[in-house]
Design a protein around this ligand. Structure first.
Ligand code: CA
Length: 228
């Protein structure tokens, strides 16, 4: 499947040029011409990468990028900065952009950067994040530590593995079957009820109101979905 790229840029000529260029490279391309619709599309669509101009009407590229990250989206972001705006680069990277390119740019340079970012993003999707933050919860999977509102939360091994799997597949519905396979490897005596019980424990420990969970949603008849 070809990678999907969202271009957020308000210069119509550049949008056309970029769309042609990236389509010719085999990418699926969509575009938005202002910051607000760009952010909406970025949040709604499943994009692999966003080419994001800094100077945009409605909402600038920095704010779009910051809000994307605040909503827990780790889509690769390549920012387009105006010539000579050195500060843009630093601010952009701080706000969670993955790379930047100053205008005017060489099309070959742009496609090279995009390929590199997609390769990097592709690798990341094969491994769970080593750390993840949602609400007041901070999980460090490498060290097996979780805190809520700064206080340590004790998670059993399977709870931590379950959380890690949900975080890794955040935004997706994962079936009980898949969780059984991934976390319990179909151990003897383990049933889908085991999954439900562990989910309930995770909610007790991590949710503010476990009865109406904010993060770990039940998908009736199927399984669960972690929504960051
Ligand atoms: Ca612009």
């Amino acid at each position: 499947m070809s990678a999907r790229i969202l271009i957020v840029e308000d210069e119509p000529g550049l949008v056309l040029t970029l769309t042609d260029l990236l389509s010719a490279e085999g990418y699926e391309v969509e575009s938005a011409q202002d910051g607000l619709s760009g952010l909406r599309k970025a949040l709604e669509g499943q994009f692999d990468l966003i080419v994001l101009d800094v100077m945009l009407p409605g909402k600038n590229g920095f704010d779009v990028c910051r809000e994307l990250r605040q909503q827990g989206r780790d889509t690769a972001v390549l920012m387009l900065t105006a010539r000579g705006q050195v500060v843009d680069r630093v601010v952009g990277l701080k706000l969670g952009a993955d790379d930047y390119l100053a205008k005017p740019f060489d099309p070959a340079e742009l496609t090279a950067r995009i390929e590199a970012l997609l390769r990097r993003a592709g690798r990341n999707t094969y491994g769970p994040p080593s750390q993840f933050e949602f609400g007041d919860v901070w999980a460090d999977f490498d060290h097996g530590t979780v805190t809520k509102a700064g206080k340590p939360v004790q998670l059993a091994g399977k709870e931590l593995q379950l959380l890690r799997y949900l975080v890794e597949h955040r935004g997706q519905t994962v079936s009980r079957e898949r969780l059984l396979e991934a976390v319990w490897e179909y151990s003897a005596g383990v049933t889908s009820r085991t999954v439900d019980v562990h989910i309930a424990w995770l909610r007790q420990k991590l949710e503010d109101t476990p009865q109406s969970p904010r993060w770990i949603h039940t998908v009736r008849g199927v399984g669960y979905r972690f929504v960051p």
